[in-house]
Every structure is written in C-alpha cells, then in structure tokens.
Design a protein around this ligand. Structure first.
Ligand SMILES: [Ca+2]
Length: 168
C-alpha cells in the first residue's frame, strides 16, 4: 500500500489523443471518477469534490492480438488516483490493470508490474500478481500470462500441475 501521496502528479483533464482509439478506456475512467466522488462523499458528505488523477504512464497502446492495429490498450490503475482517497484501488497487491481489446472490450486483473513480452514471436502480456494468487505469500514471484486473439482474452483457467490435480 502506498502510505504517502506521490509528490508529483499530473492532473489529466483530458486523455491523451490516442485514447480516441480506446473508447473503453474513457468508459472505465468515467466510472472511476464517479466511484472516486461517491467514495469520498460517502465518508464525508461535506468533503470537497475529489479529482481523478491520471498519470501519463496509465494508458498505453499495443497490438496484442496482432490484427495490425495498435488498438489494444493497457489501462494501469497503479497510475490512477482519487485525489482525496489515495487508498482507493491501491493495496498490497497493486492496483487494477485493465486489458482492453480492440478499444472496446476489457478484462481486468489486480497486479503491480506488467510487461509485454514475446512468446513464439507473438506478444503476450505478463502481469506480476500478489503471491496469494500462486497459493503463496505476498512477495512470492507470481506471474500470469495473458494473450489476446481475435475473440478476446485468453489465459489459463486451471493452472494446477498434474501432481496436484484431483484423481480422475
Ligand atoms: Ca487489436
């Protein structure tokens, strides 16, 4: 958990121009802004209206499904904050990483670091997740791979090794 507010924040009043290519990113940020305001007002109805702070690193564009268009996007809430409640969306497991396909649909995972790597000459998204998702402790290495293809997001749903699977 971040215990202190970052010193230098950029208040984004408008998304980068490239966000036009990902209407889903705008939807997610609009919903986050509403959630931020509702959260602060619920705690104190007299509080000033908070702002949604979006750092430049929050949104990046990729061609993860290899359709030739950089219209897939990562919207990383590790770089998005509610100005009057920095804990909102942020915990020991990182924040919410939204993976947007073709600009319009998304799936989300919690995590801290992520990177786009290359596997068999195709891009694959790797997300560093809280160790409890690997049945371990918080700082244990725990990495999930997610691929995008024409029908959407693809990741392992039953990761148990053969030795730990129930007997058939
Ligand atoms: Ca695409």
């Amino acid at each position: 958990m971040r215990s202190a507010a970052p010193i230098c924040l950029v208040v984004a009043f408008a998304l980068p121009a490239a966000a036009q290519d990902a209407p889903r990113a705008s939807e997610i940020l609009d919903a986050a802004r509403a959630e931020c305001i509702a959260d602060v007002k619920a705690a104190d109805p007299n509080a000033p209206t908070p702002e949604l702070l979006v750092e430049n690193e929050a949104l990046s564009f990729w061609d993860l499904d290899e359709d030739g268009a950089e219209d897939d996007a990562i919207l990383d809430f590790n770089f998005v904050f509610c100005s009057l409640n920095y804990a909102l969306w942020h915990g020991s497991g990182g924040s919410i990483i939204h993976v947007i396909h073709n600009g319009t649909t998304s799936r989300s995972w919690t995590g801290g670091l992520w990177q786009v790597a290359t596997f068999n000459e195709s891009p694959v998204l790797l997300i560093g997740r809280h160790g409890t998702w690997c049945d371990g402790y918080g700082a244990q290495p725990c990495i999930q791979a997610i691929a995008l293809f024409e029908e959407g997001h693809s990741t392992v749903r039953d990761p148990l090794p053969l030795e730990e699977r129930p007997a058939q």
